[in-house]
Design a protein around this ligand. Structure first.
Ligand code: HEM
Length: 536
């Protein structure tokens, strides 16, 4: 007898797989939702409670935007403000004028919370600091190593700096800094004087032509920025007249700079990049093109090295001198050299140009100082050509530079991020040092803090008489102090000396005093000066 065993045959239930898939998707969506709620609300709210328990109060944030709405609103309200260039009387102006114009939200919060408080960019906590003693207590000595650079800016500025020195961290940073710092030695910088003079002569010739053609008022800021961009491109990677690859990189770097200034980014807001996909993509694409061009230049330079009779003395050659040496400690990969070239360009030209532009404005507004610098120039370099020796003897010019960097610091803030928990500050908290506020604080500088008085640096050349050694920070502080400051000092002297010999400066009637922060501290409406040629 045949026994039939009933074997159950799996009968496909229509839609079962689809249902399983849908459930998995729903679970995933739920998980993502939970993660988003955690990142955008719960986690920052918990950090805020911890900070408040440690005694750090501040304006109430509304997550996930944090305090960005108030920042935007107060900034929009301040945009149209025009300030008097000079106070009507020495006592009629105070820190609040320029500081409130450039950081209106900080000026408002300082009144309520003092010189140290917490505010939020999206879900990122920022410890605002305008108290040098607090800064010293939290960041100097052994504590210094516990602070790095904020991740939030590293992500945002990746197209500009890549993983270059500004953004590097830990051992990577130390290795890069050890290779780069010697490239800015006095001997290397002296080789760049000629490049600076040739480039600046071109700018001055263009201004002289414009004046001869009847255009006596010039927006000097535009010319100075372009001149500084050319100088840094020549000094960094040897941009040469007729060098097509160099010129292409230069144009693209400028396009990137303009694009990043235009885009109004929601820094610190989770998923904000998704709202700005086009801008993010454009910056990424431009960044790739720049990288490819720089890589080509580096390859060409490396294959020429040794074979060429023409010795190049730009920063690129100095960095490449170690590459291929076999020493891992003292060499960089091509990729790293590319990022450093971009870092020099973006970190190095606008800051220097702004220091020079604000100086021209101050000298136009203070003719007695303009004359004092000219006299010093004629005394130190009677023959008319300034070499390294003569440039080093321009003492008064040094005071003027320091005073301008105090009143109009091109880098209006310095940032850090806590790498570990310390003194009630949770790991990951950012620090925002308000350099403009400290540089104009009467408690640190005296009642004349808002006045242009270069002589304060005659009495105290390093600190200008500031009552706290961490109250004057135009180039940052600690191990991460600006690596390019000597290059700036050199370029400042070369350009200013040539300019003062060639033109007398006056503030033009159409000049509008509108300092604003757009990454750097800039004159929003340019710097219009009347130039009168000096005939020797
Ligand atoms: C007036 C001109 C300049 C100003 C006001 C300025 C300001 C600054 C500031 C505030 C920092 C941050 C320091 C810190 O975090 O404590 C910095 C870092 C830096 N600057 Fe400058 N800078 C100027 C010129 C230059 C030039 C000419 C170059 C290069 C060509 C340059 C390259 C850099 C680099 C690579 C860093 C990162 C240093 C590090 O993290 O180790 N800067 N600068």
């Amino acid at each position: 007898m045949e026994v039939f065993v009933a074997v159950p045959v799996p009968v496909p239930v229509p839609g079962a797989a689809a249902m399983a898939m849908a459930m998995a998707m729903a679970a995933l969506a739920l998980l993502l939702c939970a993660a988003f709620i955690y990142a955008a609300w719960l986690s920052p709210a918990a950090t805020r409670r911890r900070l408040r328990r440690a005694g750090f109060d501040g304006p109430r944030p509304c997550f996930p935007l944090g305090n960005l709405p108030e920042i935007t609103e107060t900034t929009m309200a301040a945009v149209k403000t025009t300030l008097p260039l000079l106070p009507a009387s020495p006592s009629s102006s105070s820190i609040s004028d320029v500081h409130a114009a450039v950081f209106p939200y900080f000026a408002r919060w300082r009144q309520a919370f003092g010189k140290v408080f917490v505010y939020w960019l999206g879900t990122e906590p920022f410890l605002y600091v305008a108290d040098p003693e607090f800064l010293k207590a939290t960041t100097t000595g052994a504590l210094g190593k516990r602070w790095g650079k904020p991740d939030v800016f590293r992500r945002d500025r990746m197209p500009m700096f890549g993983r270059g020195l500004v953004m590097a961290e830990g051992d990577e940073w130390a290795r890069h800094r050890n290779i780069i710092a010697p490239a800015f030695s006095a001997t290397n910088l002296n080789h760049m004087i000629g490049v600076m003079q040739r480039t600046t002569a071109g700018m001055l010739a263009r201004w002289a032509d414009a004046v001869a053609a009847g255009q006596s008022v010039i927006d000097v800021e535009a010319g100075i920025v372009r001149n500084a961009a050319e100088i840094i491109a020549r000094a960094s990677f040897g941009l040469d007249d007729g060098d097509e690859a160099g010129a292409r990189v230069f144009r693209k770097l400028q396009a990137m700079q303009a694009m990043l200034f235009r885009s109004n980014r929601l820094v610190g807001v989770p998923l904000a990049r998704l709202l700005q996909v086009r801008k993010t993509y454009e910056a990424w694409k431009l960044g790739r093109e720049i990288d490819a061009l720089l890589m080509e230049m580096i390859d060409a330079r490396m294959s020429r090295q040794g074979g060429s009779s023409k010795k190049q003395e730009d920063l690129l050659s100095l960095l490449l001198a170690g590459t291929g040496s076999g020493s891992k400690v003292m060499s960089m990969t091509r990729r790293e050299v590319v990022d450093e070239c971009k870092t020099f360009f973006f970190g190095g030209h606008e800051t220097t140009a702004l220091a020079l532009s604000w100086t021209l404005l101050m000298l136009a507004a203070h003719p007695e100082w303009q004359e004092a610098l000219r006299e010093e120039l004629y005394m130190v370099a009677a023959g008319g050509e300034e070499g390294p020796l003569e440039l080093g003897r321009l003492t008064k010019m040094g005071w003027v530079m320091s005073e301008v960097l105090r009143l109009y610091p091109p880098s209006p803030n310095v940032q850090r991020q806590a790498l570990e928990d310390m003194k009630g500050i949770p790991r990951g908290t950012n620090m925002w040092v308000d350099v403009v506020a400290m540089h104009r604080d009467p408690a640190l500088w005296g009642e004349d803090a808002h006045l242009f008085r270069p002589e304060r640096f005659a009495r105290d050349p390093v600190q200008g008489g500031c009552r706290h050694r961490m109250g004057f920070l135009p180039f940052g502080f600690g191990g991460r102090i600006c690596v390019g400051r000597n290059l700036t000092a050199m370029e400042y002297r070369v350009v200013l000396a040539m300019l003062l010999r060639r033109f007398r400066l006056e503030v033009a009637p159409q000049y509008r005093h509108a300092p604003r922060v757009m990454l750097s501290l800039r004159p929003a409406a340019g710097i219009h000066l009347r130039l009168t040629p000096i005939h020797n």
